[in-house]
Design a protein around this ligand. Structure first.
Ligand code: SF4
Length: 439
């Protein structure tokens, strides 16, 4: 059979990467093979992110470059999916007339019909919002050949933080059914993946829309599956972390000692304006509880610099929070206004770009300092590493992987240990990684 070729460029978060794996799985049922080189493709798709303007601009510039190629190859089909597609819908055809289809985040399982219509010469826009999860048609998933498999367990978000576009692009929160998740986990383990990461915008609110089945129970059911593998879950909303969930992490041998708990700002006043439902003190209590209950836990976070109206004093509260709560690592971003969100309308409160950039730099510096401090705690400790990749660097062979508590470890060894659990002694601590020696 003459297979067609598809190339998907994926931008943004892990949720998009997971959607791309799903779309590749669907397309493989309809005679499309994935290619790594867009020049070889009959179908080009960009899976977009709308968290920042920069990412959106990058998607349109890519579409522009692809559009030019239609002159030489009129049969080439171009599609845009993901959050920008969901948000802009038909408007995209005006801005990028060479696009054949726009597919929002709620309807990726309509891809077969869309491709059929597009191959018949139609233009299609499918961006209607649904209240269901994307499980209905039972297509497989074409996972990247990595050690870790990502499984999304919730879709959408109900929180409406004032800076965030997600509730508008991904809709209201829906939990996927436990049996579907467990089936996907079993399939991923059978394919040889050694780590399952459960994914959700608010992973710890999983099951609020199900009957008596929450994240802790899902972890217990996954932990009971056969095999030597690890389980992680991201991202946790601070006030949805229950005592039961923390205790489950302590009790279950396959669930790793790692929590990603975005704080976003260290100032209670800014948190209120962000519509986050906790104060600095409440966040501190939750982190303290997790640290006390889970030995060697790594806690990471997210912060925004220069939220509208943020004063220098309030920004300093963010810096001091990273120290006070001993956050091991933080993703940081300068505030970027997103159309439709509440904070984007507070134009008169926008922090000037130069101030925002300067705060962003200081925030980065603080994160670096704390990351090194956190890594130094593990010097001379014995740790188990799951090796994720093997490469050559300056004539030396390195295996790189993660500890249970999500620390990156480099192991000098000329044998490829990818996919193996290795016990090492930590011999050196750098800002972003540890060095380990096989015991
Ligand atoms: S919790 Fe807030 S920041 Fe996170 S996805 Fe929902 S609205 Fe966005």
């Amino acid at each position: 059979m003459n297979m067609k070729k598809v190339y998907i460029e994926t931008m943004g978060c892990q949720m998009n990467k997971s959607d791309t794996e799903r779309m590749l799985g669907i397309l493989s049922n309809f005679d499309y093979d994935e290619v790594d080189n867009p020049k070889e493709a009959d179908l080009l798709m960009v899976n977009t992110c709308s968290i920042r303007q920069l990412s959106e601009d990058k998607a349109f510039s890519l579409l522009g470059a692809w559009g030019k190629r239609k002159k030489d190859n009129p049969n080439l089909k171009i599609g845009i999916c993901g959050c920008v597609a969901q948000q802009k819908a038909e408007k995209i055809f005006k801005r990028a007339p060479y696009v054949d289809f726009v597919l929002g985040t709620h309807n990726i399982y309509k891809l077969p019909e869309i491709i059929k219509a597009v191959n018949n010469g139609d233009k299609v826009c499918e961006c209607t919002e649904t209240h269901q999860t994307a499980d209905t048609r039972g297509f497989g998933i074409k996972r990247a050949k990595t050690v870790n498999a990502w499984i999304n367990i919730t879709e959408g978000c109900n929180n409406f933080c004032t800076y965030c576009i997600v509730p508008y692009t991904r809709g209201r929160e829906r939990s996927r059914l436990p049996e579907v998740i467990i089936r996907e986990a079993k399939a991923a383990l059978a394919e040889g993946h050694k780590e399952i990461t459960l994914l959700g915008q608010n992973v710890d609110s999983y099951g609020k829309d199900l009957k008596n089945y929450r994240l802790a129970q899902l972890l217990r059911d996954l932990n009971a599956l056969d095999g030597n593998f690890r389980i992680r879950f991201v991202t946790s909303y601070p006030t949805d972390i229950t005592d039961e969930l923390i205790q489950t992490v302590v009790d279950l041998d396959k669930v790793c000692e790692y929590f990603h708990i975005p704080m976003q700002s260290g100032s209670s006043d800014v948190l209120k304006k962000m519509n986050r439902r906790y104060t600095r003190e409440m966040y501190g209590e939750i982190v303290k509880k997790v640290r006390n209950m889970v030995p060697d836990v790594t806690i990471t976070s997210d912060f925004i610099a220069g939220f509208p109206g943020e004063t220098e004093e309030q920004f300093q509260e963010t810096l001091s929070a990273i120290d006070e709560f001993e956050l091991d690592y933080c993703n940081v971003a300068a505030y970027s206004p997103r159309e439709k969100t509440v904070a984007a309308k507070w134009v008169d409160k926008f922090v000037p770009d130069n101030v925002k950039d300067e705060r962003f730099q200081r925030l980065n510096k603080k994160v670096q300092e704390n990351c090194l401090k956190s890594n130094l705690k593990y010097l001379n400790r014995n740790m188990e590493v799951l090796v994720e990749s093997f490469y050559e660097h300056k004539g030396k062979f390195i295996n790189t992987g993660k500890t249970r508590n999500n620390k990156t470890v480099h192991i000098a060894c000329d044998k490829d240990l990818t996919g193996q659990f290795v016990n090492v002694k930590i011999s050196n601590a750098k800002t972003w990684y540890l060095n380990g020696v096989i015991e």
